[in-house]
Design a protein around this ligand. Structure first.
Ligand SMILES: [Zn+2]
Length: 86
């Protein structure tokens, strides 16, 4: 027996329409939806309105909050304890 797998739009459930898969994260939930072009249009408009990530900005390019804090080594902590300041 042959098996035919059909993906339909999660909004309108109409067969024969091409769908695109969207993963949406926010408000404490993660959803994966298959949407036809008509039902995907609002999401695509939101995507266009969203601020674009900087080209080439990776983990290295982002300012890291940790860099603003002074690091204290264990040796320095021991030295402070030994001097009675901590
Ligand atoms: Zn649809």
């Amino acid at each position: 027996m042959a098996t035919v797998e059909v993906t339909v739009c999660d909004m309108c459930h109409q067969m024969g329409k091409q769908t695109q898969t969207f993963t949406i994260e926010g408000a404490g939930m993660l959803a994966t939806l298959d949407l036809c072009p008509e039902d995907a249009a609002p999401l695509l408009r939101l995507q266009e309105a969203a601020p674009k990530p900087e080209v080439g900005a990776g983990v290295r390019g982002r300012p890291r909050a940790r860099e603003t804090f002074a690091a204290t080594t264990m040796e320095e902590i021991d030295a402070l304890k030994a001097s009675g300041k901590a």
